[in-house]
Design a protein around this ligand. Structure first.
Ligand code: M6R
Length: 609
């Protein structure tokens, strides 16, 4: 997730406006910033790693000539957050500049092809293939207009993108295109604007034109033209008036970042499936060499590790030990050694407890692998191999989209390892791959069809003094995560444990009306779980069940049920089954008048032990 912005002004310099607009997109990423303008047929460019204010102090982003320009604020995915990887990116001749938000899936093939043709790449990014591809297209077809060269190049790009592109060949135009990454235009009497998101231009204009997937846009002094990439047919679309305040616009009209981020999960899950094979393969090779692996993390990331321990065991027969990072040194500090492998999972990559477990393991020569959402974080610097979870910045303190993105990457790793080791049948493998691919759609369905129901349940149970969250097998991890969400933002004491443990103690707490949330995928644990539900029900508990669509056995026992699509394999179930629990916590928190984005006593990144 990055922010792009471009503008053509009728009068005045574009750079100061691009700078201030990028500031309003900084919530989308702040690893580096860059601006390119065109003046007198020449491209001017300033860029560097760091937050916008830091870079501005060094290079004065406002001091650039030209009334046309593009800019970018980066959330690193491919290539570390360094100056060379900052956007805009250029072709060999310095005639074409590109800013991009998204992931070009086939960039390795394109890059190799272009390098063989003599193109020189200076960055490690996927984006840099685009200016070179346009350059090559023009070289091979010198009669093409710049727009047509962009169009032809777009047809070779696989993956997600919102591009803004300029060239000295047609220095009065910005060409934009969209596939799966957001792009919106702004218009008023002073000029035309393109951006990843409305807040970028909202103080300038509230007239916006939404751009759809598969569309290319030509911006000029005359305004905007929209065409379909496929056949260049013209699309007519008038601006709409945006009534949002700036604050609402940053949250895209959602009242809180948390619910916005819950709704972003389908898109984020799609991005996690665009992970480059070689990162996953490299990590898989290290996991394959290990006899056993410590999965180390805190809070929500720990719950992803707990779920992953079932995935690795069931799919790849790899023994893994989920360990709370804050306990790692005490528990394993003396036994971890050169033969050990530690996979540290951390959204921020800066959690002090996780890093001290990593340091301890490193001092004893263990292999450290990292999974984090923040490329360039300490975890990426200290890991032998790391993978980025591609969720984009998460602003709500409660982790939501980063949890499901961690689960998706961990599931992909477990599947690769399984394939490498030949541990499961081809049919099972195919079924898991198909289900992983349709996960974004499943999550979309859950949010679309169940949110209202979750709101009603939240209203009904808002005054409950305590909740249980129970599951069996891998759903234990989902239950733990549901409990953490409710406690941290609704401030309701909650207890989670594997459902089989009830009868060993906790069931004594149950009395009439006690809410018990059961996580119930239709897996091998289903029958036994029904027994656990009956035990609770017999003592007066109110059952709130997250079930597979059409699970009549549990429906008949539950006071409330929330449905997820049918047929999701057990090892993948924490992804969809956790989504209703995130929404439940969110809506109970609202019912209680809390601010779910800023729960008391908590911080997004916990850098103290
Ligand atoms: O950045 P990390 O993933 O290392 O953070 C770990 C925990 O502090 C974090 O998951 C925390 O539990 C969440 N904010 C809970 O929603």
């Amino acid at each position: 997730m990055c922010g792009i912005f471009g503008c053509i002004l009728k009068e005045g310099n574009a750079a100061p406006l691009i700078h201030s607009s990028l500031k309003r997109l900084e919530y989308r990423g702040y690893d580096s910033v860059g601006i390119a303008t065109i003046s007198d047929g020449k491209i001017f460019m300033k860029k560097d790693s760091g937050k916008i204010d830091e870079v501005h102090k060094l290079v004065n982003l406002d001091d650039m000539p030209g009334n046309i320009g593009i800019g970018h604020t980066r959330w690193a995915t491919h290539g570390a957050p360094l100056k060379i990887n900052s956007h805009p990116h250029m072709d060999c001749k310095g005639e074409i500049v590109v800013v991009h938000n998204g992931i070009i899936e086939n960039f390795m093939e394109l890059r190799a092809e272009l390098q063989n043709l003599g193109h020189i790449f200076v960055s490690k990014t996927d984006t840099e293939v685009m200016p070179h591809l346009i350059e090559e297209t023009l070289k091979q077809n010198p009669k093409l207009t710049f727009v047509n060269a962009v169009l032809e190049s777009l047809k070779r790009i696989e993956g997600s993108y919102a591009f803004a592109i300029m060239s000295t060949r047609e220095p009065d135009k910005i060409i934009c295109a969209r596939n799966e990454s957001p792009l919106v235009l702004g218009v008023n009497g002073t000029g035309v604007f393109c951006a990843s998101d409305i807040p970028a231009f909202l103080p300038i204009t509230n007239k916006a034109v939404m751009i759809n997937n598969g569309e290319i846009v030509i911006l000029s002094q005359q305004g905007y033209e929209i065409h379909k990439i496929q056949d260049y047919s013209t699309v007519t679309r008038d601006p709409v008036t945006i009534e949002w305040t700036s604050e609402m616009a940053v949250k895209q009209g959602y009242p809180h970042f948390m619910i916005k981020e819950i709704h972003e999960q389908p898109e984020v899950l799609r991005n996690t499936l665009r992970m480059q094979d070689h990162y996953l393969d490299l990590m898989t090779t290290f996991l394959d060499r290990a006899d056993e692996v410590y999965l180390v993390a805190c809070g929500t990331s720990y719950h992803a590790c707990l779920a992953a321990s079932y995935m690795f065991s069931k799919l790849a027969f790899l023994p893994t030990y989920p360990v709370y990072a804050s306990e790692f040194v005490e528990q394993h500090g003396k036994s971890v050694n050169i033969e050990s492998t530690l996979l540290a999972v951390s959204q921020s990559g800066e959690t002090a407890d996780t890093l001290s477990a990593v340091m301890c393991a490193q001092q004893r020569a263990a292999t450290v692998l990292g999974l984090t959402n923040v490329i360039g974080s300490t975890l990426t610097r200290v890991s032998r191999v790391y993978i980025g979870t591609q969720a984009g910045p998460e602003i709500g303190v409660a982790a939501t989209k980063t949890f499901t993105s961690q689960l998706s990457v961990l599931a992909q790793l477990a599947l690769r390892l399984s394939k490498k080791r030949g541990k499961i049948s081809q049919d099972e493998m195919d079924c898991l791959e198909v289900n992983l691919k349709k996960m974004p759609e499943d999550v979309e369905i859950i949010i679309r069809t169940q949110e209202e129901k979750v709101k009603q349940i939240a209203h009904k149970y808002k005054d409950s003094k305590v909740f249980f969250f129970l599951g069996r097998g891998i759903s234990t991890a989902t239950a733990f995560e549901g409990r953490l969400k409710l406690m941290e933002i609704a401030y309701i004491p909650s207890i989670a444990f594997p459902a089989g443990e009830s009868k060993h103690g906790p069931i004594s707490l149950i009395e009439e009306g006690f809410p018990v949330v059961f996580v119930c995928p239709r897996d091998d644990c289903h029958k036994t779980l029904i027994g656990n539900i009956m035990e609770m029900k017999a003592r007066g508990a109110h059952i709130i069940a997250v079930i597979e669509e059409g699970d009549d056995d549990i429906k008949s026992l539950a006071e409330e049920y929330i449905e997820v699509p049918k047929g999701i394999p057990s090892v993948l179930s924490p992804i969809p089954f956790s989504v209703p629990l995130q929404m439940l916590a969110y809506y109970i928190s609202l019912e209680k008048g809390n601010n779910p984005d800023m729960p008391r006593n908590l911080a997004k990144s916990v850098t103290v032990k």
